[in-house]
Write a protein that binds this ligand. Structure first.
Ligand code: NAD
Ligand code: SER
Length: 315
């Protein structure tokens, strides 16, 4: 059977870039992007409206397009999740369970479930967090993703469904302006500095978090999904690491390019969320089992972000 891919939440920060990468990798016609909102501009080829909570429509889209793989990105992120915990649980977990149940008895052979560093909590070792560790998340987002990981493992072990997952760090990209996450400051700052020359950060200057440039995240996702199934021993979520930095370190790097940039710190409720997460991640299992390696460090990422975000405002 031909590979036919459904991407849920395709208009989000990761979805927009991943959809294009999947089209390049598998062919335009093989990829069906879906979301509850449509992009104002950009590539709409094959787009379908799909609310992950509408199980009838989900079943219909999967059957109509004979979907064989799903990249299930639809979710409500950490900061927004705290405004509406019940809705977040419903979208992030119940939406995923509908998909797993359909996948079990349909044409779907492989599922990608994006997990997150938000599965960790204050009882998790914060430095070089091991793959197998204490998972006691304190946000509803982290709770829903932690449960999602366990369900992924269950469907793999019990029904043989080929579910694969990464615990993404905070993702830094220039293609869109993310909203609703705790790591978003590391993207917002580029837009604000380039537009206005100043930025007020909602985390303290010494808050260290694991981060990753979008190209590394997309490559990791596709490499994991292409890896031979027998090599993958972890069906909850793979730890994945690239760079860890504090706002102060990021802003110092930005100042090398834009010396007049100014930064202030005004922590809000997102500080407590960030404080409960890891500072750095041990991803040796991903490196051993499917040869993961990151390519972007802090200086390289900052240089590209400044170049790409500047182009947007010049245009
Ligand atoms: P995003 O918020 O930018 O995009 C999520 C998309 O899901 C949005 O386009 C939204 O419209 C859609 N959506 C929300 N509710 C929906 C519903 N009921 N039905 C269908 N679609 C719905 O998020 P993102 O940053 O692109 O993240 C994608 C995935 O990766 C998420 O599952 C997220 O948990 C995970 N992740 C992201 C990061 C990050 O830093 N961006 C880090 C770790 C994990
Ligand atoms: N970047 C995400 C957030 O901040 C983590 O999954 O919510």
């Amino acid at each position: 059977m031909d590979t036919k891919i459904l991407v849920t939440g395709a208009n989000g920060q990761i979805g927009q870039v991943l959809t294009q990468a999947l089209k390049k990798h598998h062919g335009d016609e093989q990829v069906i992007p879906s979301d509850i909102t449509k992009l104002d501009q950009g590539d709409h080829t094959n787009f379908v409206f799909l609310d992950i909570l509408n199980e009838v429509r989900l079943r219909e889209v999967i059957a109509d397009h004979k979907i064989t793989q799903v990249y299930h990105l639809a979710a409500i992120l950490s900061a927004n999740g705290e405004w509406n915990p019940m809705k977040t649980w419903n979208v992030n977990l119940n939406g995923y369970l509908s998909l797993l149940e359909i996948a079990r008895v349909s044409t779907i052979k492989k599922v990608f479930f994006p997990s997150t560093i938000a599965v960790f909590g204050s009882t998790t070792p914060q430095m070089n967090t091991p793959q197998d560790t204490i998972l006691e998340p304190t946000t509803i987002y982290g709770m829903s993703k932690c449960s999602g990981e366990l369900w992924s493992n269950y469907y793999h072990k019990r029904y043989g469904l080929d579910v694969r997952s990464i615990r993404y760090p905070g993702i830094i990209s220039h293609q869109s302006i993310p909203a609703g996450g705790t790591t978003d400051y590391a993207v917002e700052v580029f837009h604000e500095i380039i537009k206005h020359g100043s930025y007020e950060c909602f985390l303290t200057q010494n808050t260290r978090l694991p981060m990753m440039y979008i190209d590394d995240a997309i490559r990791a996702t596709i490499e994991l999904m292409d890896a031979p199934s027998d090599d993958l021993k972890t069906r909850t979520g793979y730890n994945l690491s690239a760079i860890s930095f504090t706002p102060f370190e990021l802003f110092t790097e930005i100042k090398k390019h834009i010396p007049l940039a100014s930064f202030r710190y005004k922590p809000d409720f997102r500080q407590a969320i960030a404080d409960s997460w890891s500072e750095s991640i041990d991803d040796s299992r991903a490196r051993t089992e499917w040869n993961w390696d990151h390519q972007y460090d802090l200086p390289k990422m900052v240089e590209i972000m400044i170049k790409e975000v500047s182009k947007k405002y010049k245009a």
